[in-house]
Structures are given as C-alpha cells and as structure tokens.
Design a protein around this ligand. Structure first.
Ligand code: DC
Length: 220
C-alpha cells in the first residue's frame, strides 16, 4: 500500500503546525514540520558567518551542506525563535536550498518513519511541489492582524518584549518574501481546500480539518 500523504500549507502563524500535528496524532501518521528544515539551514548559515542578504553565498553554502547536518539540528530549541524564522525566510527563496531539502521531504512522505501508513507534512509548498499527488491538501490561513496578534501573545508568554507593531511588520515582511519569491512561492495549490480560521479557535479548526480529511480519505 502506498503511503497516504496529507499536505497542510499556509502562512506564518496560521496555526497550520498545530492542526497538522493533531491530524497526525488522530490518524497515527508520521508528522514533519518542513519549516524547521529551512530554519535549520538559516541558523547553520548564520553560525557559519554567511551574510543572509548574499544569495550567491547562501547557494554556495547550501551546496556544501549535508542533509544529516540539517536533520541533526532539528531539535535545537533556538529553531523556534523569531530570529530563526527570519533567517529561514531569507534562505528559503534560494533554489539550491530548496533542492537540498526536496528529496528528504519526498522520502518522508513516501516512506514515513516507524512503518506508519501515512504522513502529514506542513509547510508552504507541500501541495504544490513536494507532494502534488497528496491525497488531502488543506491551506490553513487567517487575516494578517489575527495571525500577528496570536504570534504576539505567544511571544509575550515566553517573556519576549517585541511590540505588536513589530510583530505585525515582521509577519508582513515574511509573507511578502514567502509569496513573492520565484522558487516555490507560498501559495495554495489549485486543488487545496482553504481553511480560514480567522474567527475560529484551534479546536474548531481541527474539527473542520478532520471533516475535509475524512471526506478525502473516504474516496478511495
Ligand atoms: O513555517 P515556518 O514559520 O517554520 O517557516 C519558516 C520559513 O521557511 C518561512 O519563511 C517559509 C519557509 N518555508 C518554505 O519556504 N517552505 C516550506 N515548505 C516550509 C517553510
């Protein structure tokens, strides 16, 4: 039986990671947060002293990078920081970076770890590039101001001092870099179901997502 792939895409702070994790748990599928891969590359490039405004330097760095080094970095708590998110959004447009990560993501979907019968991948290009034949494609989104509000509250809980205005400006800049890049722009696949959670909470979003998943899985 080929593995069943569920693609969850969407912008920063849309809650796609939470939903993807909950779906994986519900179905006992493997879960991959592909944003972490880009965050790891961004942090590794920074530690190597690479100027993140220098596209050629990032591409050359990506060529030398081993996928194992990236995977070894995935559990680093620093990857959850806004600094790592910004670094990720600067390395993610570089085709050499995307090429380096492509096979790992596709293999994860096709042969999920621990013999799981399916995989949930979340990111920006899962439904368009990584797994265009995914059985289920959901694009989770919410209004920018609502996403910024959620991110700001999260940072406050962690004791960080960023203002709401800073968080909003940062989110807008990242959305702009993610959607306007020429390599795999972060846009919904034409056959994705759009799930807008501007006015609903995580639990309600999960319930809506499971309706979409169940319907798609029933059409074998
Ligand atoms: O989802 P996230 O915030 O961890 O993503 C960090 C950055 O990586 C963001 O700028 C988009 C980019 N990314 C991407 O280009 N493709 C993916 N599949 C996942 C993330």
């Amino acid at each position: 039986m080929p593995s069943t792939i569920i693609a969850i895409d969407g912008p920063s702070a849309s809650g796609k990671g939470t939903i993807a994790r909950m779906i994986a748990e519900e179905l006992d599928y493997a879960y991959l947060d592909t944003g972490l891969l880009y965050r790891a590359v961004g942090m590794l490039a920074m530690s190597d002293g690479i100027n993140l405004e220098d596209k050629a330097a990032i591409a050359a760095f990506a060529e030398t990078l081993s996928v194992t080094a990236i995977i070894n970095k995935l559990s680093a708590p620093a990857l959850r920081s806004d600094e790592a998110a910004t670094a990720a959004s600067k390395v993610a447009p570089i085709p050499a970076v995307r090429a380096k990560l492509l096979k790992f993501q596709q293999d994860f979907g096709a042969s999920p770890p621990e013999g799981k019968k399916g995989a949930v991948l979340d990111g920006r290009d899962i439904g368009t590039i990584i797994a265009p034949n995914a059985k289920v494609k959901i694009y989770v989104t919410a209004d920018t101001a609502v996403r910024a509000q959620r991110r700001w509250k999260e940072l406050q809980k962690r004791g960080e001092t960023a203002t709401y205005a800073d968080v909003l400006a940062d989110l807008r800049a990242r959305d702009e870099r993610d959607t306007k890049r020429s390599a795999a722009p972060a846009l919904p696949a034409t056959d994705a179901v759009i799930l807008d959670n501007t006015r609903i909470n995580a639990k309600e979003t999960f319930a809506e997502a499971m309706k979409i998943v169940s319907k798609a899985l029933a059409t074998d």
